[in-house]
Ligand binder design. Structure first.
Ligand SMILES: Nc1ncnc2c1ncn2[C@@H]1O[C@H](COP(=O)(O)OP(=O)(O)O)[C@@H](O)[C@H]1O
Ligand code: SF4
Ligand SMILES: [Mg+2]
Length: 324
């Protein structure tokens, strides 16, 4: 069973790319990829992070594992500030903090058999002896829906879905506390997506894994995530439990995203809200509410004042001037 203890706490996280290294540099283009985001992930919970391409999802995922530095704010893992730990302290935490990529193929060496690739991680971190390692890898292959004979196959011999199973295997073999899965099904066909989502949900039940699950697709996170954050241009617009977010979305951006998701029950209808135009350039984001250039409900105040990210009911946060 999950305890209601935050495993990950993110406070006012900012990540700007391309900041000038000296103040005399002219017109530096600073991309405000993540602009003051806060949330927590409880132990055993899968937190879904959704938003359009370019909204800062991958940057958040990478900063949560300290794969990228931060501009300001903090990321606490079990109360420890990850970005101020020494390299040595960080190295000892590495096996506990794992990343699953959208395209696992790019992180697999084409000349290494996949059993050995999974074993490598265990041996590198001293988590198994040479004698035990094969057995552990075979166990993980089975959990991930692969067969023992796959141990000796090379990456090019696998389909996209199987490669994602390998990517998941490489992460879970280390018995991590926390996994960031960055669009792990986005590159797969819909039928294969469903199989991989099922694998994630089996792992949730069996291993009590805590995860940040990133997707641009609200229908993907609905199956797996108990809490969901909706990101727009590096800013969290709404954060709520799955039931609240899907049942009673409050932010116009969330409403618009959800109105585009088909509902299986034809008797239920959602009002379709169309968002105009493209996501603005994060190097020059709109003033006030960052969504005002595309929001169908924008008023004068939205252009001037940044809406506060407020808790409007227990655990339900919204950044909009017009949500009571
Ligand atoms: N290494 C980088 N250097 C400069 N800009 C970057 C870098 N990585 C991402 N960005 C920019 O930061 C913004 C957020 O990117 P990203 O976190 O990849 O968003 P998402 O995963 O939601 O598509 C985008 O505008 C992107 O171009
Ligand atoms: S603050 Fe204004 S522009 Fe922003 S979401 Fe609310 S109504 Fe739309
Ligand atoms: Mg991304």
């Amino acid at each position: 069973m999950s305890e209601a203890v935050p495993l990950i706490e993110v406070n006012q996280l900012k990540k700007y790319y391309g900041e000038p290294s000296n103040i005399f540099k002219r017109n530096p283009e600073v991309v405000q990829a993540v602009d003051g985001v806060s949330f927590t992930i409880k132990k055993g919970e899968t937190f879904g992070l959704v938003g359009e391409s370019g909204s800062g999802k991958s940057t958040i995922g990478r900063t949560l594992l300290r794969l990228t530095s931060i501009t300001s704010g903090e990321v606490l893992y079990k109360g420890q500030n990850l970005h101020t730990l020494s390299k040595k302290e960080m190295r000892s935490l590495r096996p506990k903090l794992q990343f699953i990529f959208q395209d696992p193929y790019s992180s697999l060496n084409p000349r290494i058999r996949i059993g050995d690739a999974i074993a490598e991680a265990l041996l590198d971190h001293g988590l198994a002896s040479k004698n035990e390692v094969r057995e552990k890898v075979l166990e993980v292959l089975e959990i991930c829906g692969l067969a023992p004979y796959h141990y000796d196959r090379f990456p090019h011999e696998f389909s996209g879905g199987q490669r994602q199973r390998i990517g998941i295997g490489r992460a879970i073999v280390l018995n991590p506390d926390f996994i960031v899965a960055d669009e792990p099904v986005s590159a797969l066909d819909v039928s294969i997506q469903a199989q991989i989502i099922n694998l994630f949900s089996e792992l949730q039940q069996e291993k009590d894994i805590t995860m940040l699950f990133i997707s641009h697709d609200l229908s993907v996170v609905e199956h797996l995530c108990s809490t969901i954050g909706v990101l727009y241009l590096g800013t969290m617009m709404e954060l709520a439990s799955r039931d609240r977010l899907y049942g009673n979305p409050l932010h116009p951006y969330t409403k618009a995203l959800l109105s585009a998701v088909p509902i299986p029950d034809p008797t239920l209808k959602r009002e379709r809200i169309i968002i105009k135009g493209d996501i603005p350039n994060p190097a020059n984001p709109p003033k006030g509410c960052k969504f005002h250039t595309r929001c169908p409900f924008a008023q004068e105040v939205c252009r001037k004042q940044i809406p506060e990210f407020r808790e409007v009911e227990a655990g339900h946060f919204v950044a909009c001037h017009f949500v009571e």
